[in-house]
Structure formats: C-alpha cells, structure tokens
Design a binder for this molecule. Sequence first.
Ligand code: HGY
Ligand code: MN
Ligand code: MN
Ligand code: MN
Length: 410
Amino acid sequence: MADTDWGALAQHWLDRLAECSEAGPGVTRLPFTPEHRRVLRVLTELMEQAGLAVRLDAAGTLIGRLDRTGGAPTLLLGSHQDSVREGGAYDGIMGVVLPVLALMKLNRDGVKLPFAVEVLAFADEEGVRFPTALMGPRALAGTFDMAALDLRDRDGITLRRAMEDFGLKPDALPGLRRDAAKVIGWVEIHLEQGPVLEAAGRNIGIVTGICGIERHMVTLTGKAAHAGTAPMHLRRDALAGAADLIQAAETLARETDGVLATVGALQVRPGVVNAVPGEVALTLEIRAPDDSVREWAGATLTQAAHDIANRRGLGLDIACTYAQPATPCSPQIIESLSNAVAAGNREAPPLIASGATHDTSAIAGLCPVGMVFTACRDGVSHHPDECVEEVAMSAGIMTLERFLIQFQLT
Ligand code: HGY
Ligand code: MN
Ligand code: MN
Ligand code: MN
C-alpha cells in the first residue's frame, strides 16, 4: 500500500465538503438546509469508504459506527457540520473528516480496536440559524430542552418545522439519550481558532478545558433630543451611557486574568446624525475558564450598569439570556492524547484552555471529554480565509490513530 498522504486526502474531502455551501464568500452551511443535505451525502460516501456503518439520527446527526467487538462500550468522536455565515472550510467539519480518516487508516492496517467507535457529525453547533445550539450533543446527553423546538429563524420558520421538512421526527429527540454506562468518552479535534499554536511553532495542542459563557441583553433608555438645542448638562444620552458600560466591561476584562468581555451587537434609536440617542440595546458576553470568576464579572458589570443608569438618569433593562458552565476535560483523556502526540514527535504538546465553545461543551453532560487543537493560519476562523495546513491535519490524524490504539479502557 503506497504511503497515503493523509493531510492531502483530508484536504481533498474538505474541498468537496466546502462546495456544500450557499453562494457567496467562504462557506455558509446552516442546519436542515439543502447544503446540509449535500454534506450528508459526501460524508456518507467517506464514512462508507472507511468501513463505517452509517445512519442519521432524529436530531440530524450523521453517525458512522465501527464495532468489531459485538457490543463493547463506545468511544465517540466528531464535531459539527454547520458553519457561520461566510465562514471557513475547516471549523467543525474537519473534526468529522480527520477521525474518519484515522479509522480508515486503522482498518487498512488491520488494527482491531477493543471498543466500538462512532464518528458524529452534529447538525448545529454555531446557533446561527436558530437562537439555540448544540441540539445534537444535548439530545445524546439528555439535556436538550424540547421548548427550543418552537424557536424561529429569521424567516419565522420554527426549529420543529425545519427538522420535519428535513425528514426528521423531532418528537423522537428524547429517545436519543445514550446510556452513559455504554459510552467510554468523547474526543473532538478542532482548529484552535486562535494564534497560540502557530506562534509556538506547533501543529497540535491539547485542550485543558472550555470556557464558560454568559450573555446579557442590555437596554438603556434616555431621552431623544435635538442635537443642536439640547444643552449637554440636561441630556439623558443612552449611547453615552452605553459607552460608559462598554468601557467598564473592557477595563474589568483587561484587569482580570482569564476574563473575556465582548459587546458584539449594539442598536441605537433613533440612530440619526442630529439626534441625541434615546435608546440603546446591546449584547454583553462574558467568558472565563472559572465559573465563579465569570459570575463575579457578570454581577460586577450588572451593578456597573445600574450605577451608570442612576448617574445619567437612564432607564435600564438587563437580563442574562444564556449561560453555559465551564467544561473541564478529563485528566485521563488529556494524558492519553498528550502521550499520543509525544509518541509522534518526542515533545509534549502545549496545553490550552479553549475560549471558543464546542460540541464538547454539551457532550460533557454524558461522558468524560477531551479535545485536540490543530494550528490554523494567522489564528483566523469564522472567515473565508480560515485555513489549516495539510501537515497539521496529517499530525491530527496520526494523533487520533495513536490515541485509539493506546487508549485503554479503565
Ligand atoms: O461561540 C463560539 O465560541 C462557537 O464558535 N460557536
Ligand atoms: Mn465556529
Ligand atoms: Mn466549531
Ligand atoms: Mn465552536
């Protein structure tokens, strides 16, 4: 068997998968869409070539299963098939392709694993189409809130309707819950989406844990006024108040180790050049690896918002609309993955906390979890320029192969 260039083979499949996209820059592939349907066809072809038995579950998760044991517990691998709008060709989907290729290599080498393995392609991790996410891994963990099926996309289509039109039966979601006794653990390989590995000159890193997140919706209400006749000392300027809050958030995050604070979206009303802003609605997101620090930051900035509103005579509405605890990775899986990397290049890999969330965050509700990061060019992600070099993808496949061979059931 001539030596396969596994990095080039990964790129070949990712090129085909990237074509499953809406028109426009980069990759746009949302869940339960024609693009999702096309990706399932290409992934099915790849999984079957690797010798996996393929099926689609009620959450739209494509599952490729390899079991030569007749019923031993299962190790889960995988990631998400969806992208952000005009995103990259690697985020998520690379985490499905690389483990399938690692299994293809093991099968070609005649290696029989003492456990079953499944590679999962979850439908929706980004939460771009619907204001919810991680339905697939939450269904497996038994933590999916069925009320989310009534959430609507920007065209007013409910998640339930989109799934039914895709040929799925959403009412079967609760039946997807896995028996934790039959699941060994989960490993996800994903691009780092940051500059750390590239700066360190490394292709592979091991994730220690995933940051927790909380998201607040904030509305500041002042009084719209004529920009030419309202004296400064009499104004109740909602945008000036928002500026104080944004500055408070940035200062707190810069001064507190590990905390990231972002005001990503902001709407101003009336939003015209010659009127004092009467109302501002903004999103305030806080991420940190330590939940108590994150919650302290959230409470501190909520108090700051009230203080700013009182000082400026503004109305304030602030609500936490989303929260996800930090996810520690399993020390045993971290050690096994680190050993698998070190066996390949005699040097332990960097250990990194993940600021981005992943399917791993939700599957941690079911079993012990681990993550492998690959370096990515210039740390770019969620952008058409997103790129993982073939040498890093090849290193990822070899890491998964060595991990699977040496991973012992305890
Ligand atoms: O928001 C996140 O961290 C993920 O990329 N969806
Ligand atoms: Mn993403
Ligand atoms: Mn991702
Ligand atoms: Mn992610």
